[in-house]
Design a binder for this molecule. Sequence first.
Ligand SMILES: [Zn+2]
Length: 69
Amino acid sequence: MSYRWGRFDGSLMDDKRWQYLESHIDAKLTPEEMAEGWHWCCEFDYLLVGPGMQEQEYCLCFDEPNIAL
Ligand SMILES: [Zn+2]
C-alpha cells in the first residue's frame, strides 16, 4: 500500500482524492463515495471520514438518525 496514512484500504478513496476534497470547499462527494459512507463528520469538525479511517469507528452520524435533534 502506498497511501501515506494507510487509511483507505478497500475504498475507492485515495490520498490524493481525500486531500482534494478536504482542501476544496466546493468539492462534492460522488454518489459512489457517499455510498461507501464518506461524509464530512460533525463528530470531528467536519473532517472527511469514511471506511478505513479510525475516526469512522467513533462516528455517530449514521447511528442515531433523527433522534434528539
Ligand atoms: Zn460522521
